[in-house]
Each structure stands twice: as structure tokens, then as C-alpha cells.
Ligand binder design. Sequence first.
Ligand code: NAX
Length: 329
Amino acid sequence: MTEPVNVTVTGAAGQIGYALLFRIAAGEMLGADTPVRLRLLEIPQAVAAAEGTAMELDDCAFPTLAGVEIFDDPVKAFDGVDVALLVGARPRGAGMERADLLEANGGIFGPQGRAINEGAASGVRVLVVGNPANTNALIAASNAPDVPATRFTAMTRLDHNRALSQVAAKSGTAVANIKKLTIWGNHSASQYPDLFHAEVGSRPGAELAADRAWLTDDFIPTVAKRGAAIIQARGASSAASAANAAIAHVRDWTLGTPEGDWTSAGLWSSGEYGVPEGLVSSFPVTSDGSGEWKIVEGLEIDEFSRGRIDASVAELSEERDAVRSLGLI
Ligand code: NAX
């Protein structure tokens, strides 16, 4: 039997954790033939709730689940980790300034980055879901100097999926026949969902994008503000769709993206598409199943897209400057 893969999930007692863990345990993330050992990291106050979730995981009797352990210490939780899903984060509280938010998250993602640096398996892959996801990934990567920075990624797959579903609704094309959409920049309201290189059934995405009123007043803001719309409707933020996106991100990263398509992920920039080196920004990406993301290169970026990408990347630069001045990176 294959040796189990160690998967650490932080924020395991939260709502995304609850939607995520059962699917990982069922083999949906790494494949039905790959056993997983789940390691749940929570803050001490939420350990009891995580224990309840662990009891339910046991009660599912998943053949692919090789064990569940619960921790409140990141050093122990990340010891030997192969796949780390960093979901737990500090939400913005009432009256909290942006600098306070970044500082509070630095207090989480700095130590977690150091624990990954110290104890993770050499092939570790990290997905940051907790917001602000891109900058939290930057903080974690910067605190893990011995792990290649490209192993730290931020989740924009939910934005990508939201864009797919909006295009499907607008065009009457099945989601399965829409390819090569891209989310650029930050996982925030400044993100840019790019249709210009997409294939919508047999039509080029640029044809849909030619309807500039729909593009700028409907499509882009609907995708970018979908999270807020869900909070308003549901009274709670996206959880099942976020968990689904996290699973898809790790699955594609490890097992490969489909031929003739790409997806979106927040990756450490080496300067591609004019994104300053060392920012974690969303790009069009593929994976060939060898466990490395590759940024799709050579796409032509017109003036409209350039302006949108630059605006989102400027926000990422500001966040980086803020965490730098706080001494977090
Ligand atoms: P919840 O508040 O339900 O759960 C968060 C959990 O994290 C709590 O159980 C808390 O105890 C735990 N936690 C806090 N600090 C921790 C630490 N230092 N170590 C371990 N655990 C810790 O939030 P949930 O709805 O699950 O969302 C989690 C995060 O995902 C939030 O930051 C949220 O903003 C972010 N999201 C990111 C998305 C993305 O696309 N990148 C979309 C969905 C979601 O909004």
C-alpha cells in the first residue's frame, strides 16, 4: 500500500474546514488510491470542536483515511507535512484598520511559515486560503527561506470558478466547454477576471468581451464582489464553494490540469507579465502532474487588461510594503 500523504489543515473547526475535511478524507483531493493522514491545527479554544469533527471523520470509515490528529501547536502540526492548507486566519474585526489586520495575520502566517520551514517534507506544497490570501502566502513564504517560494500559493480558484459560472450563464454554454479564463492579481475586489483569451464553446471570449458595458459593469464586478453577495444572501461567507476550489487547486497542482486548458492560482512572481518579482499574484497556470505550477507565458495583454492587472498588482505592492514596514517579511 502507498505510504499515506500528510495533509495539514489549519482552521479545521471553521466552516471551510468542515466542508473540506470530509472530501479530502474521501480521496477527492489526491485521488482514490492515495491514503491521507489528516492533521488538524486549531487555536486552543477551538480544539474541542475539531475533536468533534475528527469523531465524525472516524464515523465515515473512509478507506482512504489513514488517521486524524489534532494540534494547537504549528510546529507539531507541520512536522513532516506534504500538503498544507492554511485556511485559518484572523478576520477583520469592527474598527480594525488594514495595518492591524495585516499585523494580526502576520502573527499567524509568520510562525506557520517558520514551522513549515523547520519540519515540512522536502516536497511540501502549500495553499493559503485565509485572507488576505496573497499577502498571507507572501508572509509564510518569506518566513520559510529553505522552502522554494514557488511552493507557497494563494487561492484564486474560487474566483476562477465564479467567472466560469458567470460566462456560462451569459453565453448559454456549458461550463465544461469554457476554457482558458484567467484571474489576475489579488484575491480582493481589485482582481481582474480576463475573458480575452478564453474559449467559450466555439466562440472566442473576446467576442463576449466586446460587449464592454456587460464586461465592465456586470461581469467583472459580479465576479469580484461575489463573496460579499453570498454573505448578504446566506448570512455567512462562502464555505462549500471555497472548499471545493481548494480541493481543485491541490488536485490540479498534484495530478495535472486538463490538456488544452489552464486555471488560475496565486503564485510567487518572477516578473512574469510585468508583475514585480516576489509578489504573490494570480496568473494563468498549468501543471503537468509533476507537482509544479507553470505560468502560461506569451499571452498578449491589451491596454484594457493591462490597466486592470496593474491596478490589482499595485494593491499587492501596497500590501507587501505594509507587511514589510511591520517587520513581518
Ligand atoms: P471561520 O471563522 O469559520 O473559521 C476559521 C477558523 O480558523 C476558526 O475555527 C479559527 O479558530 C481558526 N483559526 C484562527 N486562527 C488560527 C490559527 N492561528 N491557527 C489555526 N487555526 C486558526 O472562517 P471560514 O469561513 O472557514 O474562512 C476561513 C478563511 O478563508 C477566512 O480568512 C476567509 O476570509 C477565507 N476565504 C478565502 C477565500 C478565497 O477564495 N481565498 C474564499 C472563502 C473565504 O472567505
